[in-house]
Design a binder for this molecule. Structure first.
Ligand code: SF4
Length: 429
């Protein structure tokens, strides 16, 4: 009997990507094969995103394409919580599950594509199946979020914070390192809140007790001897505890910390975590303790009620904060987000115009920051021949270092000779 083949479409953020990896790992463990195209698949799984309206449309289109090309489609992921919407547009999908629901997806697969008789269970590596290149991997430490930012519907899709046991996280990290991973990208919805839900309980790793908290996790990951990069960190006081680990070179001096705004009134309307923290003073202190730190952040322009003066406050913050990497979105009224009910909606034209002004200002700052690296020798991890990333560059979202040569998946030193707004250019040292 032919081995059943499953096609897979993975949309959305790194958290969704990790869900995809888990489903693919389980499919592989049960003996299913993956098909590279619709025609060769007996069934297709579409892992959707529902973060903003554009993502919803993209997900619905992907489901439509899979139905047209293959016909047997199981839907999972963030958009899966909006079953009625999916069923309304695509009534013929076989099953719909929400995010991080591998068992639900497997149940649907078993129902519509019976398990193979002779699974090659042992052919699955103990790191599972990864969708990233072999030399870096995302490490998901928790699911869900305890906050209720008014522009975000993630908690309604993914639920409250559930931290993974620290022993399990460390075991996965060790397996990845053993399998050749050189960079671990720590992800979650709220990385600095790790362990809050379990009251920082003591877990075990390698026979030793270890607390389930952000600092201990960073310290233990730092002992593995690979690059460790932190994403989705909020400016809680606990962040100060990991800056020394960055200064000592145990984890990368890199913080992906979404500030979203600088006006206290807007931050309050957004219900942002750690909104009351003195962010500028903290940034200065972090830089003092770790001068090489790269700070990446994201912001929203044109949030409901944002006045011109409040937007100016944001621009002033940007000038003072001198952040290295910045993304800015014009406010997007995601269906179901509380912020849409706030008075003073900003017109689409003004939202877009503010986003443009914001990015223009930041472009100069980013370019200046990159220029300051001229003449320095940077250690880069080679992603493709001639393209690598330094400690300042996360995959997919930041710039790269371009040079001639380099071996994929290895570290190399590059002397920086030139820069533009996004990337650095140099030669192998
Ligand atoms: S912290 Fe806010 S923006 Fe981030 S997932 Fe939680 S509710 Fe959404």
């Amino acid at each position: 009997m032919a081995v059943p083949k499953v096609g897979f479409v993975s949309l959305g953020c790194p958290k969704a990507l990790v869900d995809s990896e888990r489903i693919l790992t389980q499919l592989g463990a049960e003996g299913y094969l993956t098909a590279p195209d619709y025609a060769g698949a007996d069934l297709v799984i579409v892992n959707t995103c529902g973060f903003i309206d554009a993502a919803v449309e993209e997900s619905l289109a992907a489901i439509g394409e899979a139905l047209a090309e293959n016909g047997k489609v199981v839907v999972t992921g963030c958009l899966g919580v909006r079953k009625d919407l999916i069923k309304g547009v695509h009534p013929s999908v076989l099953a719909i599950t929400g995010p991080h629901d591998t068992p639900g997806v497997m149940q649907a697969v078993h129902e519509h594509l019976p398990r193979p008789h002779d699974p090659y269970v042992d052919l699955i590596p103990d790191i599972g199946i990864k969708l990233t290149p072999r030399h870096y991997a995302y490490l998901k430490i928790s699911e869900g979020c305890n906050h209720r930012c008014t522009f975000c519907i993630i908690p309604s899709m993914r639920g409250d914070l559930v931290s993974r046991p620290i022993g399990e996280v460390m075991q996965e990290a060790e397996n990845l390192v053993r399998a050749g991973v050189k960079e671990l990208l720590v992800i979650s919805q709220d990385t600095s809140a790790y362990g809050v839900d379990v009251r920082y309980r003591t877990g075990f790793h390698g026979g030793k007790p270890i607390k389930t908290n952000f600092q201990q996790l960073c310290k233990s990951l730092g002992d593995l001897g690979v690059w460790v990069r932190l994403h989705y960190v909020y400016p809680y006081p606990s962040v100060d505890d990991v800056i020394p680990l960055m200064a000592e070179g145990r984890i990368l001096p890199y913080l992906d910390i979404p500030f979203q705004h600088a006006s206290p009134r807007i931050l309050k309307l957004m219900k942002r975590p750690a909104a009351a923290e003195k962010v500028l003073a903290r940034i200065h202190a972090w830089r003092k303790a770790c001068p090489d730190i790269t700070i990446r952040s994201t912001f929203i322009a044109g949030f409901p009620g944002e006045t011109e003066a409040e937007f100016d406050e944001l621009l002033t913050f940007l000038k003072e904060a001198q952040l290295d990497r910045v993304g800015c979105f014009a406010y997007s009224p995601v269906e179901g987000a509380k912020a849409n009910e706030l008075p003073g909606a900003v017109s689409e034209e003004v939202r877009e115009e503010r986003r443009r002004r914001f990015m223009e200002l930041q472009a100069g700052i980013s370019a200046k920051k990159l220029k300051s690296k001229m003449g320095r020798t940077l250690k880069v991890l080679v992603d493709e021949p001639g393209i690598g990333r330094s400690s300042a560059d996360a995959p997919e979202i930041d710039g790269v270092v371009r040079f001639k040569g380099g071996k994929v998946g290895e570290f190399t030193d590059v002397v920086i000779e030139r820069s533009d707004q996004h990337d650095l250019f140099g030669r192998v040292a």
